[in-house]
Design a binder for this molecule. Structure first.
Ligand SMILES: Cc1ncc(COP(=O)(O)O)c(C=O)c1O
Length: 449
């Protein structure tokens, strides 16, 4: 039997060991707290009792300020699909010295990259670039509203599309109201959240509200790395068509990760608009794009729509800068030409998923796995969660998740988050690294018996 008493004892012991091993991180944390709220630049990067401060990275590994080495299963929030600092991208950056970092004018690199994306990403005939996934979603919301003349948006509970007001609801329990202070209710009055993997809830919402778009991640990312059940995405597509809503796939995580063409290619589903981020910037800051059918994207064309009020705005100082364009292009063309990498990574991490699932079963069914390919979630729930609500509500212990995170850190494995484990390995992580991940879960659970 898993003992919750043992879990508490283990937790205390792990905290003690962690403090011994990360004295320098602790000192940085003390300094950081004075100048950064909570000592962090993004709350999600905090773990108990304080974050490890990472000072460098290469390939599948990162090193903290104490010199501890970790297998990185977070990879820059899922950005580094070829590992940290891949040669193919670094080599492309040599060009920048002769180009400039930010031209502030239209440039041929953005054109070439847009051409490449229309070849690699299904249903993308035209593209616009932005500086983050949040920004790309923000402009997509304007676009779908302008195109359809409708205001309502349907999103998925647990779906994370960044901190843009209109989409910052239905992310965490209780999945209603604004998910942040400082967000008036009015900003989300046209946003409806429905459970993932539930076509009847989606149809109910579509019947009640004339929706401009359904916005969803093909596989929930921050919402627990949960994959679609058989037929779900096809059903979503059909419902979008039936009710005249556009289907926006937020592929900020799944894009170029599940396959070069993202979730659309992997699950054989067609989107009207695709949101990209993370990998699309080749590992450099400023990663975002959205694209889709010309007929929709041309709403942004100021030559066809000279009156600014007749078109949805899109722009920004750094859009289409050569650093993001050249790095992103190097990355995406490499992925496009090396499709075999995806097969190998899928085999490796689906093996890890099966192994962890077996371990969970052996240990009183303490946990369940979710996800697909290089997206893997572990849930300490009573049943396998099919959506984020189940992942939160059926969890038997928050401590188990926190303790697994701390235990893994002590074994040299870093992932996100201590609230809901999800692993986003790159295509270059090895079978040995997958095995180390599996072994950590096995040994952690055996300590709780
Ligand atoms: C699916 C999804 N969409 C949008 C975003 C927001 O992207 P960014 O953090 O680049 O603004 C994220 C970030 O994690 C994401 O996972």
């Amino acid at each position: 039997m898993i003992s919750e008493e043992k879990l508490e004892l283990l937790w205390k012991d792990l905290l003690h060991k962690q403090e011994e091993r990360t004295r320098k991180s602790k000192a940085v944390f003390e300094r950081a707290k004075k100048v950064l709220p909570a000592g962090v630049t993004y709350h999600t990067r905090f773990f108990s009792p304080y974050p490890v401060y990472v000072e460098r990275a290469k390939g599948s590994r990162v090193w903290d300020v104490d010199g501890n080495e970790y297998i990185d299963l977070w990879m820059g929030h899922g950005t580094h699909i070829l590992g940290h600092l891949p040669d193919v991208v670094l080599d492309s950056m040599k060009e920048i010295a002769g180009v400039g970092t930010h031209l502030g004018f239209e440039n041929p690199y953005a054109v070439e990259y847009a051409e490449l994306l229309t070849k690699v990403v299904p249903n993308v005939e035209m593209v616009r670039f932005s500086n983050s996934g949040t920004e790309a979603n923000m402009y997509v919301v304007r676009l779908v509203r302008a195109y359809t003349g409708r205001k309502h948006l349907i999103k998925i509970e647990g779906g994370w599309h960044g901190g843009y007001d209109v989409l910052h609801t239905g992310v965490t329990p209780p999945f209603t109201g604004p998910d942040s202070a400082g967000l008036p209710e009015e900003t989300i009055m046209y946003t409806i959240s429905v459970p993932y993997n539930d076509l009847s809830a989606l149809e109910g919402a579509l019947r009640r509200y004339p929706a401009a778009a359904i916005i969803l991640e093909p596989v929930l990312g921050a919402g627990g790395c949960i994959e679609p059940v058989e037929g779900y995405l096809k059903g979503v597509r059909e419902l979008a068509d039936k009710y005249g809503a556009l289907l926006v796939l937020d592929e900020v995580i799944t894009g170029f990760r599940l396959s070069p063409g993202g979730g659309q290619e992997y699950f054989n589903v067609d989107a009207d608009l695709v949101v990209m981020g993370k990998i699309v910037g080749g590992g450099y800051p400023g990663a975002g794009a959205f694209g889709g059918r010309s007929e929709i994207m041309e709403m942004l064309d100021h030559l066809k729509r000279p009156d600014p009020r007749s078109r949805p705005f899109h722009g920004g100082t750094f859009t289409g800068n050569p650093v993001s364009m050249i790095a992103g292009m190097a990355m995406v063309s490499y992925l496009h030409k090396n499709r075999g990498l995806y097969e190998r990574a899928k085999e490796t991490w689906e093996w890890a998923k099966r192994e962890i699932e077996g371990i969970c079963e052996e240990h009183d069914r303490a946990c369940w796995t979710t996800g697909t390919a290089t997206m893997l979630g572990v849930h300490f729930t009573r049943i396998r969660p099919r959506n984020v609500r189940e992942a939160y509500e059926l969890r038997w212990s928050r401590r188990a998740e926190q303790a697994l995170h701390l235990y893994s850190r002590l074994r040299g494995i870093l992932y996100m988050s201590e609230k809901m484990p999800h692993f986003l390995p790159s295509l270059v992580h090895t079978q040995e690294e997958a095995k180390a991940t599996v072994d950590a879960v096995r040994e952690f659970l055996s300590l709780l018996r």
